[in-house]
Design a protein around this ligand. Structure first.
Ligand SMILES: [Cu+2]
Length: 279
């Protein structure tokens, strides 16, 4: 079937409109703590670190857009004004001190402007504040185990639950944390390298066998927040989600009491009972 120019134009216009509509859907369906269909932006921030990451990302996006448009404009100007037809007798100018100083200094200043907030963000992520509680996340093939050494030394496994929503992110036992408290997360790998990542909190840290890594987050909103193992760790790498439930202080205290009983029979907790027996 041959299309006229008008038909092709209308088809292209239709595609552009559809693309814009998808884009709009992405933001319309954006949900806190989990991915949304056609989402193209970062997940909504639920921690100070993620708020900073989002700001830095937006800042860089604006900056590179301005630079790219500026360079494109210069190129278009050169093509139009200085081609052989429009400019048959080229200028023989070889140096211009002012412009040479400018095109050296301006990029340096831009890089300094990027470096300052970049380092500030790095320090925010890596300089771990005094923690209100510590949770140890152990990556295993292919699920996570969470230990609460500050709250009764219990540990439990968190496996993906097929029947739970959101699909491939729901788990049987969520990691539970109190809202507005600084949580220190220790990560370790039991077998191979995994990676503990929760986008809404802006954390992603490798869980390596024989090495304890640490990071932190302060969840500023209650609700469910999902992440995934982010280091290719074997055949079920895609099926070891991370689900973090952020609750109030009272709810957290109640959960700790329940969890101590519920997970008492977990063989992983034997270290606690051995410790008690030795005393
Ligand atoms: Cu993994």
């Amino acid at each position: 079937m041959k299309m006229s120019k008008g038909q092709i134009g209308r088809r292209l216009l239709g595609l552009a409109v559809a693309g814009t509509a998808w884009g709009a859907c992405g933001s319309a369906f954006a949900e806190l703590g989990q991915p949304a269909p056609w989402e193209y932006k970062l997940q909504e921030a639920a921690s100070p670190v993620m708020e900073n990451i989002t700001w830095f990302h937006n800042f860089l996006t604006v900056l590179i857009t301005v630079i790219t448009v500026f360079v494109l404009a210069l190129l278009v100007m050169v093509v139009v004004k200085f081609n052989a037809k429009a400019n048959p007798v080229p200028s023989r100018t070889t140096h211009n001190t002012l412009i040479e100083v400018a095109w050296t200094l301006v990029p340096v200043l831009i890089l300094v402007g990027i470096a300052v907030p970049s380092f500030r963000l790095l320090f925010l992520e890596l300089d771990i504040p005094k923690a209100d509680l510590t949770i140890k996340a152990t990556g295993k093939q292919w699920y996570w185990s969470y230990a609460y050494p500050d709250n009764g030394k219990f540990e439990f496994d968190s496996l993906m639950a097929q029947d739970k929503q959101p699909r491939l992110l729901g788990v049987d036992n969520e990691m539970v944390v109190p809202v507005n408290k600084i949580v220190r997360v220790l990560t370790v790998g039991a077998d191979v390298i995994h990676s503990f990542a929760v986008p809404a909190f802006g954390i992603k840290i490798d869980a390596i066998p024989g090495r304890l890594n640490e990071t932190w987050f302060k969840a500023t909103k209650t609700g469910m927040f999902y992440g995934q193992c982010s280091e290719l760790c074997g055949k079920d790498h895609a099926f070891m989600p991370i689900a973090v439930k952020v609750v109030t202080d009272q709810e957290f205290a109640a959960w700790v009491e329940d969890a101590k009983k519920k997970f008492a029979s977990n063989p992983a907790n034997s270290f606690a009972s051995i410790g008690a027996a030795a005393q």
